[in-house]
Design a protein around this ligand. Structure first.
Ligand SMILES: CC(C)(COP(=O)(O)OP(=O)(O)OC[C@H]1O[C@@H](n2cnc3c(N)ncnc32)[C@H](O)[C@@H]1OP(=O)(O)O)[C@@H](O)C(=O)NCCC(=O)NCCS
Length: 416
C-alpha cells in the first residue's frame, strides 16, 4: 500500500517554523518534499538553539523530517534556470519568506503559473492585504495580533502568549488544508491555484470562541462563566480569563498532592452539568444535590470559586494521576498537567508513533513528535532531516536530468 500523497512533488522554499511544519506534514503523507536552502547557509534554524556543537539543532531536525534537501540560489543565473525547471517538475510550491521575497528572486505568481499552470503555490505571510501586509512576522507577533494574547493570562495580569505555537505551526496546519483542497480541485479543473494563509488569520480562527464572547459581552455586558463574574467588572473587550474553560462547562486548575515541590502537580477539572452529581459525591458534598444554591449550573455560576476550592480540598489528598483515575471512573472530565518530561517518556505516545526516537548522523539519537494525524491506509514513519545540500546532486540528476559538467558549472557559480 502506498502513501496518501505518493506522486506529489513539493518544492519547499520554507524556513524557520511555519512553512516547514506544513511541508513536514505533506512529507509524512508521502509527498516527495524537496527543501531548497541557500548554499553555504541553509535554514537559519540549523544553527539556532544548538545543543550539540556543530550539529543541526533540534529546532531544525524536528521540523524537517522526511524531506530531501538541496542547496540552490535562485538569484544566480544558473540558479534561476534550475529553479524554473524545478517549478516545471513540481506539483506544489510552499514558501514563507518575507512579503515579496520570491517576486524579488524573479518568480512572481504570474511567472510560476506560466511555467507550470498546474502548480499550487502556497504562502504563509504575517498579515493579509491591509495596513500591515509588508511586515515581517514571528510567532508571538501573530499571537498578539490574532487575539490570543489579549484573551490569555491571569485576570489581573499582563497579556500572555501560549507555549503552543499557534502562530507558526497553527498557520502551517491551515496551509496544509488549503494545499490538499487545491490538489483535490486540480483533479477536476486541471489547474493550479494560489493558497495563502496569514498568521493573524490562523490565530484568529483558533481564537474564534473569543470573538463569540466579544459579541455576547457587547450584548449583555457580562460573561457569567468568566472568573470576573459575579464580583469583578467587565470592560468593553473580552478579558483575560485565567484558567477558566472556554466552553459551556466551567473548568479550572486545582492543586494536587505534592504541589509544593512539583510545579506540575495540578489537575484541570471540568464541572460538566451531567457529571456534577458524581463529582459532588466523590468530593464529599452529596448534600449539594438537594441544595438549590448548588444543584443547577445557573446557581453554581456565582459560586465557582467556592466549588473549585472544595474540589481542590479533595484533589490535594491525591496525586494528579490518582485524581485522573478516580474522576474518570465516575465519568468526570479532567486532565493532569503533564510536563514535557512526562510526555516525552509516556509509553502510550511512543506506541502510537506520536513521540518517536530518530537517529541522526551528526547529532545522534533524539526524540521528536511524529505525525499526529493517523491515516489507516497511509501510516507515517519519521525519517531524519536532510543535511545541508545532502540530495542536491541526486535531485539535479534524477529529476532534472542534469549532466555532471552542468552540475559542476552551477556549483562554480555558487548557484548550488
Ligand atoms: C520569518 C521572517 C520574519 C524572517 O525574516 P528574515 O530572516 O529577514 O528573512 P527573509 O524572509 O526576509 O529572507 C531573507 C532573504 O533570503 C533570501 N533567500 C531565501 N532563500 C534563498 C535562497 N535559497 N538563495 C538565496 N537567497 C535566498 C530571500 O530572497 C531574502 O532576500 P531579499 O530580502 O533580498 O528578498 C520572514 O521570512 C517572514 O515574515 N515570513 C513570513 C511570515 C512567516 O512565515 N513567519 C513565521 C516564520 S516561523
Amino acid at each position: 500500500m502506498g502513501k496518501a500523497l505518493e506522486g506529489v512533488r513539493v518544492l519547499d522554499m520554507t524556513h524557520v517554523q511555519s512553512g516547514p511544519t506544513c511541508t513536514q506534514i505533506l512529507a509524512w503523507f508521502g509527498a516527495d518534499v524537496i527543501k531548497i536552502e541557500k548554499p553555504g547557509e541553509g535554514d537559519p534554524t540549523r544553527g539556532q538553539l544548538r545543543d550539540v556543537p556543530g550539529a543541526d539543532s533540534l529546532y531544525f531536525t524536528m521540523l524537517n523530517s522526511n524531506k530531501r534537501g538541496m542547496t540552490l540560489n535562485p538569484k544566480t543565473e544558473a540558479g534561476k534556470k534550475i529553479f524554473a525547471q524545478l517549478i516545471e517538475k513540481c506539483d506544489v510550491m510552499v514558501e514563507n519568506y518575507a512579503p515579496g521575497a520570491i517576486d524579488r528572486m524573479g518568480f512572481p505568481w504570474e511567472k510560476i503559473q506560466q511555467i507550470n499552470p498546474r502548480m499550487i503555490y502556497a504562502s504563509v505571510k504575517g498579515f493579509g492585504p491591509g495596513p500591515f501586509e509588508d511586515c515581517k512576522v514571528y510567532e508571538n507577533v501573530a499571537q498578539c495580533t490574532g487575539g490570543a494574547a489579549s484573551t490569555t493570562g491571569d485576570i489581573d495580569g499582563f497579556p500572555t502568549v501560549t507555549g503552543a505555537q499557534i502562530g507558526d505551526s497553527g498557520t502551517g496546519i491551515h496551509l496544509v488544508a488549503g494545499i490538499l483542497a487545491a490538489l483535490f480541485q486540480r483533479e477536476k479543473s486541471g489547474k493550479g491555484q494560489r493558497v495563502t494563509v496569514a498568521m493573524q488569520d490562523a490565530v484568529l480562527n483558533l481564537c474564534r470562541v473569543k470573538l463569540r464572547d466579544q459579541q455576547r459581552l457587547a450584548r449583555t455586558g457580562v460573561l457569567k462563566e468568566y472568573p470576573q463574574y459575579p464580583n469583578g467588572t467587565f470592560g468593553a473587550a473580552v478579558p483575560r480569563a485565567g484558567n477558566s474553560s472556554g466552553g459551556g462547562h466551567p473548568g479550572w486548575i486545582v492543586r494536587c498532592k505534592g504541589w509544593q515541590a512539583d510545579p506540575d502537580a495540578y489537575e484541570y477539572v471540568i464541572v460538566q452539568a451531567q457529571a456534577f452529581p458524581a463529582l459532588a459525591k466523590i468530593i464529599g458534598h452529596a448534600e449539594w444535590l438537594e441544595d438549590p444554591e448548588f444543584n443547577t449550573p445557573e446557581a453554581r455560576l456565582a459560586k465557582l470559586d467556592f466549588v473549585f476550592a472544595e474540589i481542590e480540598k479533595w484533589t490535594m489528598t491525591l496525586t494528579k494521576m490518582e485524581v485522573m483515575a478516580a474522576l474518570n471512573a465516575v465519568n468526570v472530565p479532567c486532565g493532569p498537567i503533564l510536563s514535557m518530561r512526562e510526555i516525552g517518556e509516556e509509553p502510550a505516545l511512543r506506541k502510537t508513533g506520536t513521540v518517536v526516537e530518530v537517529d541522526h548522523p551528526t547529532r545522534g539519537k533524539y526524540i521528536t513528535v511524529g505525525n499526529p494525524i493517523k491515516l489507516s491506509d497511509s501510516p507515517s514513519d519519521v525519517q531524519r532531516s536532510p543535511l545541508l545540500g545532502e540530495h542536491t546532486d541526486q535531485i539535479l540528476t534524477t529529476i532534472l536530468g542534469l549532466k555532471e559538467d552542468e552540475i559542476q558549472a552551477a556549483r562554480q557559480q555558487g548557484a548550488i
